[in-house]
Design a protein around this ligand. Structure first.
Ligand code: SER
Length: 382
């Protein structure tokens, strides 16, 4: 984190404070999902930024990834290392800064890096990003490490239905596992090549509420790298769950599973991720509820309770795990200690309440099963 901030500050960026994961005055977003989300008004020109170049580290929540949790690299919350140029430098400097930080600042060998550039799209009225392609070549990226991808992969944003967005260039790390990329072949971003940095959304469009795109009056650059993934790469691990940002939580959960039971790796990862994210949301004093923001931590916690119930583990104390998260990560998330009592009281209430629901539900299921009755839609709904 210090290396990232120092690098950008030495390159004339101003460090700004991060924001709460609960958006302020932005009804379009459930949670802050990227470093640029709290800064949107700077890119549209509605607000004036404190400086033309900024950087920070922003906790983010991505509920969209909930079903990918359990694999090696996805998380529902992470810390995003972000840097921005607002109506200042554009593609060339963004690419040279990103390359320099990774290869000189973090000493990642250039052979391990692959990049994608926007292949163009008729509907968006944007051609192949030959500029980004050319600037990558200029910094020394071999052409067989530069891959052209369509808008599904290389067009970022907006954060919600509307807002600033643009084509982007992303940087991947070669883990060496699985199929090697050869031009014309598949670029395997699930296993072999792991995205470590969206090194530049080249913001030039605004998506309007009717679905159309209009040109922004000036261009900007928005970058974001996941601290957890970057730590994984720098430590030579193959999963983010081995980094010290997550591993102590995983180990603590494992230590609380009775010796005659065993959770599979996927379930332990889900619990590690979900309980960390639930702590982060609750630390903003969001109460658990059946709708809106409060439903997300409830859903995350209940998914963990289901894992424990499915594995027939008795007397698992969720508040003990959450207390461990709060006590061990309050230097990263200061509201962990500020709102400790609130967070623990929410989790305790939830555990009692949901265990009752589960118990009743499982009993009902068993009765249905025993009665051998046809399962009607009504019964299924209930
Ligand atoms: N907003 C972009 C992203 O989230 C770059 O930070 O990928």
């Amino acid at each position: 984190k210090n290396k990232f901030l120092s690098f950008f500050k030495n390159n004339d960026h101003m460090e700004i404070s991060d924001s709460s994961v609960v958006p302020k005055n932005d009804p379009t977003l459930l949670f802050i999902n990227s470093g640029m989300a709290p800064l949107k008004n700077f890119f549209t020109g509605v607000e004036k930024p404190p400086y033309k170049r900024l950087c920070d580290i922003q906790p983010c929540i991505r509920t969209i990834d909930i079903d990918s949790i359990g694999d090696k690299h996805h998380l529902t919350s992470f810390q995003m290392l972000g840097s921005w140029s607002i109506n200042d430098y554009f593609k060339e400097k963004a690419i040279s800064l990103a390359f320099k930080f990774l290869t000189e600042g973090l000493n990642i060998p250039k052979e391990k890096l692959y990049v994608t550039v926007f292949a163009g799209d008729e509907e968006l009225g944007l051609p192949l990003d030959t500029e980004a392609y050319g600037f990558w070549k200029k910094v020394g990226m071999p052409e067989n490490h530069i891959i052209k991808c369509g808008k599904e992969d290389n067009f970022w944003g907006p954060t919600a239905e509307t807002g600033p967005c643009g084509p982007c260039t992303e940087i991947f790390y070669d883990t060496g596992e699985g199929e090697e990329y050869l031009p014309g072949k598949e670029f395997d971003t699930k296993k072999r090549y792991i995205e470590i940095w969206n090194a530049g959304v080249f913001m030039q469009l605004n998506k309007n509420s009717d679905g159309t795109f209009s040109k922004l009056s000036f261009t900007s650059v928005d970058t974001g790298a996941g601290l957890e993934r970057l730590s994984m790469v720098l430590n030579g691990f193959s999963t983010v769950y081995d980094t010290d940002l997550l591993n102590p939580i995983k180990k603590f959960i494992e230590s609380k599973i009775p010796s005659d039971k065993k959770l599979c790796e996927k379930d332990i990862r889900i619990m590690t991720d979900h309980l960390r994210t639930a702590s982060l949301i609750l630390s903003e004093k969001v109460s658990l509820s059946n709708e809106g923001r409060g439903y997300i931590p409830r859903k995350l916690i209940r998914r963990c309770m289901m894992i424990i119930a499915k594995n027939k583990i008795k007397n698992f104390d969720f508040s003990e795990v959450i207390a461990f998260v709060l006590d061990n990560y309050s230097d990263l998330f200061p509201r962990f200690s500020e709102n400790r009592d609130f967070i623990l009281s929410e989790i305790r209430k939830e555990q009692v309440q949901f265990e009752k629901i589960l118990e009743n539900g499982l009993e009902k299921l068993e009765n249905i099963n025993n009665s051998k009755k046809k399962i009607t839609a009504e019964i299924a709904f209930d």
